[in-house]
Design a protein around this ligand. Structure first.
Ligand SMILES: C[S@@+](CC[C@H](N)C(=O)[O-])C[C@H]1O[C@@H](n2cnc3c(N)ncnc32)[C@H](O)[C@@H]1O
Length: 472
């Protein structure tokens, strides 16, 4: 590989790593590490290992993570379109593992797009609790939302907000928060050489300032006793140990705590930032010359149980005030069409989504909220919950998100294909399939896993695979 690293970066790394600089530099001659993470909402890791037509090597620090060899393209397999896995380089998998979320918690992923860590957190939460995924850039928030959809996640709300605005609305609200911060990206130079052109020492300093502000917002939103994980994919001490040292100085109610997976990683380096803060050794550094993965930094922090309320009074969150007197126009009709649709095709899901207050209509789109009590007014919402479908005046069209999240065995009409069936490829290309079957909405599956909708009529399966996802 011919990667032209910036000279000031080389000089700094040589000074930081006097004993291992040669190995570090040599890692840029190796291909970047490739990985995928199995989606536990859909299948077990051992099952994917058995059915995947490519070799998978377990990643020791992530039970759902696997490395795959250079030259293999799992992103081009129908299993990817079915959300059976998410492509993610192995070091990045350590971050959400460190947060160790539980099923019934309130979790915030503050810098979430495109969703690598959000989808991992969602897998651990098993569809329960509340997962809020936020992304400041609108186009990236849309990509995040699409990945949440592909992975069949039903308990997430996606916001397109600034951390500061979120902090003003959610004081002491979350049990766990992830700040996978914007950074100078030095750890990704091997995987994304185009990031090199964007790099400068000035950018490192600018990212440090941004990280400090984002962490301050996160601190306000965490409950006393809650856990905050901070991560970057850069080597610069200013963005890693120093950002954490500054945060601890400004937030004495926080302390660093050990990272359970630390035995696989190197420890942080207080001497590169604030030597008196020996506890910075509890942070983790992932080096490309020491493991199968790119460069990363992780810090795990706990907020004291008796932490004073940073923003005044403790609130249970943006509780809806009195129910608006005027019903959202059309909502009643949309819900009744959904119920009719579900009763015929997916009766158990129809019965399961029984909370009348959880249905939300955004334009023509019907959603089921994982937090019906949450007031979303005045917020930039990209995705308010589980997308059920489109209300079309007198009929209901199921959403792609519904296809990817519904348990296949709960659906009364399916069109099953094997991964290597040419008809499946035609479906993914958006073509109509000739096949016999009962008329009506039909769930298309690949080897038993849902991949999208079709509508059967007169010996034909009309294609409803989303236009933007079709294979060319
Ligand atoms: C390292 S990336 C997140 C990657 C993501 N967690 C994942 O695993 O797929 C950092 C994200 O922070 C966002 N960001 C940039 N500036 C920000 C700011 N001032 N506040 C919050 N997020 C910001 C970027 O748009 C980017 O999507």
């Amino acid at each position: 590989m011919n990667i032209q690293l910036p000279q000031p970066f080389i000089n700094r790394m040589q000074a930081l790593l006097p004993d291992t600089f040669a190995e570090f530099l040599d890692s840029y001659q190796q291909p970047a590490a490739h990985g995928l993470r199995v989606n536990p909402l859909k299948l077990e890791a051992a099952t994917l290992q058995r059915i995947a037509p490519f070799p998978l090597e377990p990643i020791p620090w992530c039970p759902t993570g696997f490395a795959y060899p250079d030259g293999v393209r799992p992103g081009k397999h129908p299993y990817h379109a079915a959300g059976l896995y998410y492509l993610q380089e192995p070091s990045a998998m350590a971050v959400a593992e460190t947060l160790a979320v539980q099923a019934d918690e309130r979790v915030l992923d503050l810098c979430a797009a495109p969703g690598g860590k959000t989808t991992q957190l969602a897998g651990a939460m098993k569809g329960q609790g509340l997962l809020i995924a936020n992304e400041i850039h609108p186009a990236r928030a849309k990509a995040l939302s699409e990945n949440i959809e592909r992975m069949g996640i039903t308990n997430a709300i996606v916001f397109n907000e600034t951390p500061e605005h979120l902090a003003s609305l959610f004081p002491q609200f979350f049990d766990k928060i992830l700040v996978d911060a914007p950074c100078s990206g030095e750890g990704m130079f091997r995987k994304l050489p185009e990031a090199i052109a964007d790099w400068s020492e000035g950018k490192v300093a600018e990212c440090h300032r941004m990280q400090t502000d984002i962490l301050a917002a996160a601190a306000m939103m965490l409950k006393p006793g809650g856990t905050l994980v901070y991560s970057t994919c850069t080597f610069a001490p200013l963005e890693n140990e120093q950002t954490i040292a500054d945060f601890l100085a400004d937030h004495p109610e926080f302390e660093l705590v050990p990272i359970e997976q630390a035995r696989w990683f190197s420890s942080g380096r207080p001497e590169w930032a604030t030597p008196e803060r020996g506890e910075l050794r509890l942070t983790a550094r992932l080096w490309p010359h020491q493991l199968t993965g790119e460069g990363h930094f992780i810090a795990k922090l706990r907020k004291a149980e008796q932490a004073a309320a940073a923003a005044g009074r403790e609130t249970p969150g943006r509780q809806k005030q009195k129910k608006a007197a005027k019903q959202q126009s059309g909502l009643k009709e949309a819900v009744s069409l959904w119920r009719k649709f579900a009763e015929e095709l997916i009766p158990s899901l129809g019965a399961h989504l029984h909370d009348d207050h959880a249905f939300l209509l955004f334009g023509e789109q019907l959603y089921y909220s994982p937090a019906p009590w949450l007031d979303l007014s005045g917020m930039k919402v990209t995705r308010p919950g589980y997308h059920l479908g489109t209300w079309k005046k007198n009929r209901f069209e199921p959403a792609h998100a519904l296809a990817l999240a519904v348990p296949v065995q709960a659906v009364n009409r399916t069109a099953p294909f094997a991964a290597d069936d040419p008809a499946l490829l035609s479906y993914l290309k958006g073509e109509t399939i000739t096949r016999a079957g009962e008329d009506g909405w039909t769930l298309v599956t690949v080897d038993g896993y849902a991949i999208g909708w079709g509508k059967q009529a007169g010996g034909q399966l009309k294609n409803h695979y989303p236009k933007g996802l079709r294979w060319l």
